[in-house]
Design a protein around this ligand. Structure first.
Ligand code: SF4
Ligand code: SF4
Length: 290
């Protein structure tokens, strides 16, 4: 990877013993052979001992489905972890058993009991997704790769589809759109850690806590927005303030924009002019400027 590129890899490998990842990148129109159905001899094998990082939209969908708070969901169904490439805390789906080698709490004989709201990593499997962005490009260029694990018999089934057909069948578009800001943050931090970018050092503990809050608990972030001076500090109009009271997806996007501002000073979100002027005056005063 050169200094001209940034690379985002969505972890698609659900097993702890990974098989070979085919080195050939797949574009949306490229075809691949795979079919998962209840008749395969490995049915449900991939839902044990799986290593699944939960995205913010995964958690939102699952808490709605289970009708529980994010706090209860995190305690019952997840384990905290560090996403090492970026040095940021994430939540992983808990697997049963002391060493996490047992089945997922949601797997049943018939398959996934939360199928309509299953995490995006489960949807993509056996595909992985990456994003390639040249330094001067306006937008990212997505690509995909096939993960072949030895236990998965879906690869020998006689069904060929394009990546785009598979993505449509698995319903990943909403997930990708809503998680984009979050993935941007992980990608940028991973890139800076690898390449030694402008702030190529670890973020502080408080920022990590706020990243985890936004990533895992939209109601907790809502309390932070409405119960602190947040709305007096940032330039958010009345109409948006109303939407933030009830629209979880909108609140998530605000959370990502806010994290981009405090972590990279690169965001749609801005401080209010008067707050900014006060901060500049205070900084000048601290430095002894006239
Ligand atoms: S959430 Fe569903 S698809 Fe994903 S590992 Fe658990 S049972 Fe399997
Ligand atoms: S075919 Fe692959 S994805 Fe389907 S149940 Fe078997 S191991 Fe899991």
């Amino acid at each position: 990877m050169t200094r001209e590129t940034e690379l985002e890899m969505l972890d698609a490998v659900r097993g702890r013993t990974t098989g070979p990842v085919e080195p050939v990148r797949l574009k949306p129109d490229d075809g691949f052979c795979f079919h998962c159905h209840k008749g395969v001899p490995c049915w449900n094998a991939c839902c044990s001992g799986a290593d699944i990082t939960l995205t913010p939209y995964d958690i939102l969908r699952l808490t709605r489905r289970l009708n529980i708070t994010a706090k209860d969901f995190l305690a019952e169904y997840t384990v905290p972890a560090m996403w090492e490439p970026a040095g940021l805390p994430v939540a992983k789906l808990k697997m049963c058993g002391e060493a996490g080698e047992g089945p997922c709490a949601f797997v049943e004989d018939e398959g996934c009991s939360v199928y309509d709201d299953r995490p995006v990593t489960c949807r993509y499997y056996p595909l992985g997704r990456g994003t390639f962005k040249t330094k001067d490009a306006a937008a990212e260029d997505d690509f995909f790769f096939l993960v072949k694990e030895s236990h998965c018999q879906g690869h020998v089934e006689a069904k060929t589809q394009s990546v785009e057909e598979f993505r449509a069948e698995q319903g990943v578009a909403d997930y990708d759109a809503l998680n984009r800001g979050w993935m941007d943050i992980l990608m940028k931090m991973a890139s800076w850690k690898t390449l030694g970018g402008p702030y190529g050092k670890d973020v502080n503990t408080r920022t990590k806590q706020m990243f985890f809050l936004v990533s895992t608990d939209v109601d907790g972030f809502r309390r932070f927005v409405f119960d602190t001076r947040f709305l007096q500090t940032y330039d958010i109009d009345d109409a948006m303030t109303e939407r933030l009271k009830t629209e979880d997806e909108t609140l998530l996007q605000l959370g990502f924009d806010w994290l981009k501002l405090i972590m990279f000073n690169d965001s749609h979100l801005k401080m209010r002019e008067d707050v900014l002027h006060e901060a500049i005056a205070a900084a000048r005063s601290d430095m002894g400027a006239m």
